[in-house]
Design a protein around this ligand. Structure first.
Ligand SMILES: Nc1ncnc2c1ncn2[C@@H]1O[C@H](COP(=O)(O)OP(=O)(O)OP(=O)(O)O)[C@@H](O)[C@H]1O
Length: 235
């Protein structure tokens, strides 16, 4: 996926301009910015929920890839989108079933995802009886069970305990190493610093940086958190 002078927002109100970045196989990109910077707006625009305002956004898929297009992208928005009248297990199964996997494969992928997010023991519970953090896990598990090529995750670690957040990011890091693409927003810079390799930093209505985390912090000895705070002060 590439963007060229992309601007995103609502109707004609631009929230972020100057977006110039790409998503390549193997990328694990941290989407970073303060509250209200436009991270959710960007993810919603990339997936097509929101129309873009101006500039270019283009996706390129391997034409020889014979997957159902539903498998390409696993998207977990910030607010929970789920089938409220069924169980944890049925919600997670929806991901791989809609992606076109057979029932047997879908069951296997769902069980793996339920275990990764540590909610296997809750599989028979109705989702509307769960806490917000548990619902967040169900939603991420559903997208992981879909086995997508691209993971677009909006604040996936909100509501997760540190152990589950570490397991999730270790898993995503491994997927990126296998050639998948991960773009995730989070306010947990320590976790992003540890697992992601590129940063897309948006602030003050603009893309401020896109590149490797190593390059981002190169001109100082500051860690990602310090460097991010320093950049914000300068603006
Ligand atoms: N539906 C909407 N209509 C108009 N403006 C909106 C809408 N949703 C969000 N905004 C505005 O767009 C801007 C970016 O919001 P967005 O939710 O993308 O930020 P964010 O970086 O994801 O923030 P956070 O870290 O708090 O989740 C904010 O100024 C917000 O008020």
């Amino acid at each position: 996926m590439t963007t060229n002078q992309l601007a995103i927002g609502y109707d004609q109100t631009k929230v972020v301009t100057n977006l110039q970045f790409e998503l390549l196989e193997g990328d694990f990109i941290a989407l970073v910015g303060a509250n209200g910077a436009g991270k959710s707006t960007l993810l919603n625009s990339l997936i097509g929920i929101l129309p873009t305002v101006s500039g270019e956004l283009s996706w390129e898929f391997d034409p020889h890839h014979n997957h159902n297009p539903m498998t390409y992208v696993g998207f977990s928005p910030q607010s929970q989108l789920m089938d409220w009248y069924t169980t944890v297990y049925d919600n997670v199964m929806l991901g791989p079933l809609l992606a076109g996997f057979t029932k047997k494969t879908a069951q296997q992928k769902s069980e793996e995802a339920l275990k990764l997010l540590d909610i296997y023991q809750l599989r028979n519970n109705p989702v509307d009886h769960l806490s917000g953090g548990q619902q967040q896990r169900v939603q991420i598990a559903r997208e992981i069970a879909r086995d997508p090529d691209i993971y677009l995750l909006d604040e996936p670690t909100t509501g997760l305990d540190i152990e589950t957040a570490e397991s999730l990011f270790t898993f995503l890091n491994q997927k990126a190493k296998e050639g998948r693409i991960v773009l995730t927003s989070s306010h947990d810079l320590t976790l992003l610093d540890k697992y992601s390799d590129k940063i897309l930093f948006i602030d003050e209505g603009k893309q401020q940086f896109f590149g490797t985390i190593t390059d981002f912090i190169a001109d100082s000895n500051l860690n990602l958190r310090e460097k991010y705070l320093k950049e914000r002060e300068v603006k």
